[in-house]
Design a protein around this ligand. Structure first.
Ligand code: HSE
Length: 316
């Protein structure tokens, strides 16, 4: 039976200056999703979950991010009543890490199913189904992980409601260090600590940072990029969830990182650097700082991934 295997990359959402509206993809870690036609039933069935979250993730289609994305897509294509598809989810990234784990599974499933059915939709058109999938995991409709996961690069979301998503330029040489400490934070819980009120002075600083960050990307101004990457709004409210946060951030900045903040809802932290060498050094410094607080961590160093979900193989 025809089978499609895809790789869906991890993503860093928020990027310090764009809570819920900015994200970028990295080369690894990521999930592998397999979609396979099966004529013995109709709809989507999850037949296997392996890897880092095999005991945690639900196998019921309607409770699983990949299952929901695939099922809604199948229905949209008018194939819900005549096509059966098995999904295998191979989790290769930590769950509850702030690296867009649920987004990767949802985006991977949508691309794999679309490819299995002859690729009737563009990547951009798959976005809606992917966000519906991710909504199952954290209860909110935001595309800051799924959009960069699907299409790669740095994405800006003008509106999550209408999924008005835009690609931003990626300056050459930028590398990212992502450190995942062995602490688990659920997005749902990290959203619960946030206040609904933002003081005017904080909003002004945050808007200045976001606007300058985007200007820096368009003008390739690395110095401005470094001055922009500060989170005045969300990081102060969430950092207490991450033991050692201040020391880890200081370690990255001391080693030349342009900016360092929480990846998505955390606990992973990312540092943006202007070379792979600096990213490696910043990442190792961040790991050492976590270690001083008794926390083990994993380090991933990568350029910004410009490809998004990749089809690894198609077997007829
Ligand atoms: N923007 C989201 C948050 C990303 O920080 O809550 C996590 O999925």
């Amino acid at each position: 039976m025809k089978e499609v295997r895809v790789f869906a990359p991890a993503t860093v959402a928020n990027v310090a200056v764009g809570f819920d509206i900015l994200g970028f993809a990295i080369d690894r870690p990521g999930d592998e999703i397999v979609a396979r036609l099966n004529p013995s039933f109709t709809g989507i069935r999850i037949t296997d979950i392996t890897g880092t979250a095999d005991k945690i993730l639900p196998r019921e289609t309607e409770k699983n991010t990949a299952g929901v994305a695939a099922q809604r897509l199948l229905e949209h294509l008018g194939r819900g009543g005549d096509t059966g598809i098995e999904l295998e989810i191979h989790k290769r990234m930590p769950f509850g890490s702030g690296l867009g784990s649920s987004a990767a599974s949802a985006a991977g499933a949508a691309v794999a199913v679309n490819e299995l059915l002859g690729a009737p939709l563009t990547r951009e058109a798959l976005l809606y189904f992917t966000v519906l999938g991710e909504e199952v995991a954290d209860g909110s409709f935001h595309a800051d992980n799924v959009a960069p996961c699907l299409v790669g690069g740095i994405t800006l979301i003008r509106s999550n409601e209408s999924l008005d998503v835009h690609h931003l330029p990626v300056p050459a040489g930028l590398h990212i260090a992502v450190v995942h400490p062995e602490i688990e934070i659920l997005t749902r819980d990290a959203r619960a600590v946030l206040s609904n009120q933002v003081p005017l002075a904080t909003a002004i600083r945050q808007m200045g940072g976001l606007a300058s960050f985007i200007t820096a990307l368009y003008t390739n101004d690395i110095s401005l990029l470094g001055r922009s990457l500060r989170d005045h709004m969300v990081e102060p409210q969430r950092k207490q969830l991450i033991t050692g946060f201040d020391d880890v951030q200081a370690a990255a900045l001391e080693r030349g990182a342009l900016g360092c903040s929480i990846s998505g809802a955390g606990p992973s932290m990312f540092a943006v650097c202007d070379s792979g060498y600096l990213a490696q050094a910043a990442g190792q410094g961040m790991q050492a700082a976590f270690q001083r607080h008794g926390i083990d961590s994993q380090l991933y160093v990568s350029p910004i991934n410009q490809r998004g979900v990749e089809v690894i193989s198609v077997t007829e």
